[in-house]
Design a protein around this ligand. Sequence first.
Ligand SMILES: Cc1ncc(COP(=O)(O)O)c(C=O)c1O
Length: 384
Amino acid sequence: MKIPFNKPLVLGSEIEYLKQVIGKDRFSEKGEFSNKCAQLLEKKTFCNKVIMTPSCTSALEMCALLCNIKPGDEVIMPSFTHPGTANPFVRAGAEIVWCDIKEDTKNIDENKIEPLITSKTKAIIVVHYGGVICRMDKITSICNKNHLFLIEDAAMSIGCRFKEKHAGSFGDLAVISFHKTKNVQCGEGGALLINNQNMIERAEFLRDYGTNRIHFKKGLVEKYTWIEKSSNFSMSELQAAFLYQQLLELKRINENRLRTWKLYYKLLSIFLDEEFLPCIPKDVKHNAHLFYLMLKNEEQRKELIIYLKSAGIQAFFHYVPLHSAPIWKGKYDDIHLPVTNKVSETLLRLPLYYSMQKEEVEYVMQMLQKSFSPSVLSSKAGIN
Ligand SMILES: Cc1ncc(COP(=O)(O)O)c(C=O)c1O
């Protein structure tokens, strides 16, 4: 049996909306479908304004502009994340202050944030790892107390909740990814969620090359003109039409993934202790974006990846910590992020995709179980 790590989701029904875009000969601009996607997301997340973007990275670029990030500013974020989280802030000249993560959820450790705040700190960026939302009650109060912008990187978190509030509804700003690896996708795509009312008008200017075209469209000005440095941050209508159909089906898609996730958890907990499995706090509703297990060390993970590959199963590590990346040429070598380093060395992601079959999960389990020795079975903690 061959089990890929991921299968980009194509429902088939996307074609109807694509035909409508092609039929109307209107491929770009903020047309009907990007508006529909944005309105649906506003309704689902209760956030004030959504702007559809070409990628999650471009939504993060808008965040850096909206927070006026400048050289000399400090931005706190986890190092256990995708380079896309950091790139826009680094390009804007900010100094990144890396915060360690928690052993249980792999999210930023809310108890380690405050000691990192200085008079130069401008923003905190949290990443909801695998769709498990960070402790946003504590984090929002830290941001409010210290007058800092809060940005949620909810790239993986569509449909997730913390204490019944939706991912993307806590920060001044939040971003979602619709890259082909995400629960709902359109190849490449993203969304910027704006909760801070004061940022909405400027975000609309920034989306349109830094012009006030939105005022022109509303008949507020005779001509539109260039107001500030920006870019083109609009999602194309072809992407939006494809995505819209998947957004309409979000609940069903996430429930389907959750069934697979729960089956993995049930079967793995027969021979692995809780600490080696994903941790979902009681007040978090996740979206089964990924399933991982924790191993004893990097060597063991390497061997297991090779073993699974020989059985036709693709399994992957996750994030190489950003603070240790070659781009820094050792700048952060003295920074001590023990949990980040450990998780980065020992986390293994298993295949998970929409409509993954029960037999496929069982096959992965059989192969994993084979790799666990009898002695390990009794101690429930390691691999041959
Ligand atoms: C946490 C996180 N942030 C940002 C990104 C970048 O998203 P995109 O590829 O849509 O630009 C990713 C990509 O997977 C991600 O995992």
